[in-house]
Design a protein around this ligand. Structure first.
Ligand code: URA
Length: 239
């Protein structure tokens, strides 16, 4: 990769600022002063120092966010704030993107990364990554619904879902509401809401708790995020 890109992605300024920095002759590649921004460097094998300090560059970044309502899980949107707007400037430099989508009114676990290979694997319909949700429901969820979810539910466009695990946490007969947890293995548009509609109920609140081996860190406030640990990254790569 170009040296100016590496320096900019490491938080040393814009490409223009980095060019100026190079002119001051404080950047060395493998112990030789380099001033040409176009110099090709391999961040894995070349030693890059700025003012004698070794550059700590990671090619890929991985974050988990507790997505709040009202924010779109896309890279840009004309009307609404996106999850990328919630990232600190420093964490946006390497252009992470959300892995899959949560609806604007869904909260909870969202992974963001610039690792395209991992994103592809996690989202590929071939891989059936489990996604666990907590949901509040308008309607009384029954044992029959559990069976229907286990068998797969037919959505309005005639699509038959894969089996899903539905667990009733509580029901309130007077209010006619339920609280459930469910695990789905696909990521169809509005899937949880449409599965509930297929059994005559409505989701009033939805939060993702897990994606594959990664659980939402419940110390994260809504809108907050943190880097995945190296153990979590390994688990994701192996999943
Ligand atoms: N299912 C939905 O209906 N919405 C989401 O945001 C995620 C899964």
């Amino acid at each position: 990769m170009r040296l100016d890109k590496l320096l900019a992605h490491s938080g040393l300024g814009t490409r223009k600022e980095v060019k100026k920095l190079l002119k001051t002759k404080i950047v060395e590649v493998n112990e030789k002063t380099v001033t040409d921004p176009k110099t090709h460097v391999d961040p894995e094998t070349d030693k890059v120092t700025v003012g004698g300090e070794k550059l700590d560059y990671q090619e890929f970044v991985y974050f988990m966010m507790n997505k709040p309502q009202g924010v779109i899980s896309a890279t840009e949107d004309l009307m609404h704030e996106t999850v990328l707007d919630l990232l600190e400037m420093q964490d946006s430099l390497q252009e992470p993107h959300p892995v899959g989508r949560l609806d604007i009114d869904t909260e909870g676990l969202l992974i963001l990364t610039n690792d395209g290979k991992l994103t592809h694997r996690l989202l590929s319909p071939k891989h059936h990554v489990d996604k666990r949700y907590y949901a509040e429901i308008d309607g009384i969820v029954t044992e029959e619904d559990i069976t229907r979810f286990k068998e797969g539910v037919t959505l309005d466009d005639d699509y038959e879902t894969l089996p899903a695990d539905l667990k009733i946490l509580s029901t309130d007969e007077d209010a006619g509401t339920s609280v459930v947890e469910l695990v789905i293995r696909e990521g169809k548009f509005h899937q949880v809401k449409r599965m509930m509609q297929a059994v005559g109920k409505e989701v009033t609140y939805l939060k993702r708790l897990e994606m594959g081996p990664i659980s939402l860190d419940n110390t994260l406030e809504l809108g907050a995020y943190r880097e995945l640990t190296s153990e979590e990254i390994d688990l994701l790569k192996k999943s």
